[in-house]
Design a protein around this ligand. Structure first.
Ligand code: TXA
Ligand code: MG
Length: 344
């Protein structure tokens, strides 16, 4: 059982409140407590990465299986290198190109990183996030922060403080509000312990961008794990990042075509929340129709807030318009596939 907390939300929209929020968060983290902090991708549920008891609290609060490792967030290259037993030249190239930013590197770990963080693996996932708030908190602490996304296990990641509050109110003492996340989906996770490097979870930094920096291709999909062994990255479970309602990803020509496709599946269009970005159907035929941006960065920024809204409204069915099969959309396409619960 997790203890009940009064969950405080601190804003950080003036220099003074920013400083106070950083101090309050750092004090709690030093004391081994768990705190929700903004990053540029999604909000994270942070704990002292070198304090096993604090890290165990994170799993408890989220209801996350202990077999799913956490990302360690740093605020300097030195801090990252202290956590990695091996620091290959490719890690330097990628860090120079993409850090601080939405890229996580998997490397062999040092003994500083307790097995609680890595779920017993010999590797650690490292990221230097770009959001000024979490950077300031890490610097104030002087130690890295282990942080998964600040949602309950198997729910949609939060991109606003209110999303964190809706899921974790009463379970954590503090949420720092750093405004809406500017990237909007979780970081790209790249395994540098394999050759060629392998993307374990696609994000907005896509395979082509990584390959351009490395001067060699990266693999976009991990080798299929034998059925009986653990998956290389538990984030790869097909059903993940999902809103409560069933999600269906479709293409359609026009409103009657979409209605026909739903009826053919035994689904009633009046129960559908339709999230489109190019072919916007007639709102009269559905519960609601929302229009997402056509440009991938803006689409990613808006997506999870739409899914949280569907959860809040008690949606019965969510229809997503399929997105282009292009590198810039690969992270988004992955989240749509997982929300639909489709094996990749
Ligand atoms: O953008 C993000 O990455 C956000 C923010 C808070 O930084 N964090 C996030 O954490 O999405 P989480 O725990 O929800 O996802 C971490 C992913 C999971 O798929 C996990 O399996 C993988 O990283 N991971 C962590 N450590 C790993 C390791 N040692 N080897 C392979 N995969 C690892
Ligand atoms: Mg997550």
């Amino acid at each position: 059982m997790t203890d009940r907390h009064r969950t405080e939300i601190l804003s950080a929209d003036s220099p003074e409140s920013f400083r106070q929020a950083v101090e309050a968060a750092a004090a709690r983290l030093r004391a081994g407590e768990v705190v929700a902090l903004p990053t540029e991708t999604v909000y994270g549920l942070a704990a002292h990465a070198f304090n096993p008891a604090a890290v165990r609290r994170v799993y408890e609060v989220k209801g996350r299986p202990l077999s799913n490792p956490l990302i360690v967030h740093v605020a300097s290259l030195d801090m990252a290198r202290n956590c990695a037993r091996v620091w290959p030249p490719e890690a330097d190239l990628l860090a120079r190109a993409f850090w601080p930013g939405p890229l996580t590197l998997v490397l062999p770990k040092t003994d500083l990183v307790p097995p609680e963080v890595t779920a017993g693996l010999d590797t650690v996932a490292l990221r230097w996030p770009a959001h000024p708030l979490i950077q300031a908190v890490i610097r104030a602490c002087g130690f890295p922060l282990a942080a998964p996304s600040a949602n309950l296990a198997n729910r949609v990641s939060p991109t606003e403080a209110a999303h964190v509050h809706a899921q974790l109110e009463g379970r954590i003492p503090l949420i720092v509000d750093g405004g809406p996340c500017t990237v909007g989906i979780e970081s790209t996770v790249l395994d540098l312990t394999t050759s060629p490097p392998c993307i374990l979870r696609p994000g907005m930094i896509h395979a082509e961008a990584l390959a351009a920096v490395l001067g060699r291709p990266v693999r976009s999909e991990p080798a299929k794990a034998p059925a009986e062994t653990a998956r290389p990255s538990p984030g790869l479970f097909p059903k993940h990042y999902a809103p409560a309602a069933p999600v269906l990803v479709l293409n359609w020509k026009d409103t009657p075509d979409l209605c026909r496709q739903l009826s053919a599946r035994g689904l009633d269009p009046v129960h559908a929340h339709v999230l489109s970005h190019t072919c916007v159907p007639d709102p009269a035929a559905f519960t609601e129709v929302r229009v997402l941006p056509r440009e991938p960065e803006a689409y990613a920024r808006a997506l999870y807030a739409c899914w949280h809204r569907c959860d809040r409204l008690g949606a019965r069915l969510i229809i997503m318009e399929a997105v282009p099969d292009e590198p810039a959309w690969a992270g988004i396409a992955d989240r749509l596939r997982r929300a639909q619960g489709e094996a990749h």
